[in-house]
Design a binder for this molecule. Structure first.
Ligand SMILES: Cc1cc2nc3c(=O)[nH]c(=O)nc-3n(C[C@H](O)[C@H](O)[C@H](O)COP(=O)(O)OP(=O)(O)OC[C@H]3O[C@@H](n4cnc5c(N)ncnc54)[C@H](O)[C@@H]3O)c2cc1C
Length: 132
């Protein structure tokens, strides 16, 4: 488990949760909806079908910013650093917004708000340069 220790304890203490260790999902089964999941144990190679009717995917917390890391300053978790209250990065003419720079809120509305900030900053930058 890669979750924080406190989250691990919450899961392990929950009476209605069963942890399948060293297990990966191979296929979600069903015709009209979810009827089961085929899982495989990565240590033994054994597969089994879990008779479940729902499947939830947890999406990671790693921002997809790696391709910029040679140029743009990031924090230790690879979130792009913006000038506080603005969308400026360390590179002139490059602006950042949304989840790529937000490790706290990570919400659609905050992404839209910072997106608007970045768009305005970009427009002003281009205008000052006489490009638009
Ligand atoms: C399961 C889930 C539930 C959520 N529920 C809510 C909610 O209820 N309310 C809420 O406010 N927020 C919610 N969020 C958060 C919200 O979706 C995000 O905060 C928001 O989408 C961030 O917007 P963004 O534009 O920064 O990034 P994204 O919406 O992630 O957009 C980034 C885009 O960049 C593209 N991209 C990535 N890499 C590359 C590349 N190399 N080249 C070109 N394109 C690339 C991606 O395909 C994507 O289209 C939820 C998020 C998840 C995952």
């Amino acid at each position: 488990m890669r979750a924080s220790h406190i989250m691990q304890e919450r899961v392990l203490r929950a009476p209605n949760l069963q942890v399948h260790w060293n297990t990966v999902t191979e296929e979600i089964l069903g015709e009209e909806g979810v009827e089961g999941v085929r899982v495989a144990n990565v240590l033994t190679g054994e597969t089994e079908i879990l008779p479940v009717t729902g499947f939830f995917v947890a999406i990671g917390h790693k921002p997809n910013t790696e391709l910029f890391s040679d140029w743009i300053t990031m924090d230790e978790n690879k979130y792009i650093k913006a000038t506080p209250g603005r969308s400026f990065t360390n590179v002139e003419g490059v602006f950042v917004c949304g989840d790529a720079q937000d490790h706290i809120y990570r919400q659609a509305v905050t992404a839209a708000g910072t997106g608007c900030m970045a768009a305005l900053d970009a427009e002003r930058y281009l205008s000052e340069k006489g490009i638009i």
